[in-house]
Design a protein around this ligand. Structure first.
Ligand code: PBG
Length: 328
């Protein structure tokens, strides 16, 4: 029945009515907060392109996690910056490395906080690639054992979930086998399944000290033009034993999140990455956009596309805004 019988504006008259018929809602329970943990004591280094984001030593990190817990966010994802790097990234599975120490300290003080660990070698290799190299080539199969060892060391420290972000073929299987062989049959794997070779990671590489010393990551991360291939990556990871899958970045890949939602029934995460954060922060600081509204709209779009939860540097801000407005 056309106008004037049908008037969609009837349901937009008040905030109460709008809230009643809202199809997608955002809550702090959907958000995971990324944290950078660095070796040392009393360290809090600001990350240039990411206002409000720091590298913390474990002692300082605990104040952040206390805030996360107070805001009733479900959890954090940890990235490590080691004291020394080598060609195979061996500090990644050091049981006393910054991530392993942080996991132990967080689980001891805040057992209810979900601790996810990023599993990758790029912060730990001298050349900055996510796998071991032979000349200019990043080798797949020799990397798998190191990735699996790293995941195991995180599980041994008490990590609730391990999240491989290296994009080597077969790493989910290698991690699953390693974890199971050591009794960690209940540690879930959140795989960065559809991870694109993206310019949106720029600020992260400063935060994590992980820029590649030569070349780029295009031989292992996905080509931005491909969507069908993302579905293939996701199904391969699920076959290998992944429990949850991630699409990354989020904003320029909303179609991929949506496609994944249509194809698969597993939980889907999206990573609202460092460049997406930096752009909004910079535009808001210049007075060009309203930060709160734009963050709200952005994260809602990511959920509407089909993400069950979002890893975002805005997690604390959103939770705080909700508390302040009485919505939280
Ligand atoms: C490690 C990793 C990266 C990110 C998460 N894990 C960087 C990269 O692949 O270069 C990016 C996160 C962000 O930009 O916020 N491989």
């Amino acid at each position: 029945m056309p106008f004037p019988v049908n008037r969609p504006r009837r349901l937009r008259q008040s905030e109460t009515l709008r809230r009643l018929v809202r199809e997608t809602t955002l809550t702090p329970a959907d958000l995971i907060y990324p944290l950078f943990v660095i070796f040392g004591q009393g360290v809090k280094n600001p990350v240039q392109a990411m206002p409000g984001i720091y590298q913390y030593s474990v002692d300082q990190l605990l104040y952040e996690v206390e805030e996360v817990a107070g805001l009733r966010l479900p959890g954090v994802i940890l990235f490590g910056i080691p004291e020394k790097k080598d060609n195979i990234g061996s500090e990644a599975w050091n049981p006393d490395g910054p991530v392993q120490q942080a996991v132990k300290a967080i689980k001891a003080r805040f057992p209810e906080i979900l601790v996810i660990t990023d599993v990758c070698l790029c912060e730990y290799t001298a050349h900055g690639h996510c796998g071991v190299v032979d000349g200019q080539r990043v080798l797949n199969d020799p990397t798998l054992e190191f990735i699996a060892r790293t995941a195991l060391s995180h599980a041994e420290a008490g990590a609730d979930v391990v999240a491989p972000s290296d994009m080597m073929d077969g790493r989910v299987k290698a991690i699953r086998e390693k974890l199971d062989a050591h009794g960690f049959i209940d540690t879930p794997i959140l795989t960065y399944a559809a991870k694109y070779a993206s310019a949106f990671y720029g600020p992260f590489r400063e935060a994590a000290g992980s820029a590649p010393a030569f070349g780029d990551r295009r031989t292992y991360q996905m080509d931005p033009g491909n969507a069908r291939e993302a579905m293939r990556e996701i199904s391969l990871d699920l076959e290998e034993g992944a429990d949850m899958v991630m699409v990354k970045p989020a904003l320029a890949y909303l179609d991929i999140i949506h496609l994944a939602r249509e194809h698969f029934n597993c939980p889907i995460a999206a990573y609202n990455v460092s460049g997406e954060y930096a752009m909004i922060k910079a535009a808001a600081a210049a007075g060009y956009v309203d930060e709160q509204n734009i963050v709200w709209e952005t994260l809602t779009a990511i959920k509407r596309a089909g993400a069950d939860f979002i890893l975002t540097y805005f997690a604390k801000d959103v939770a705080r805004w909700m508390q302040d407005s009485g919505k939280g």
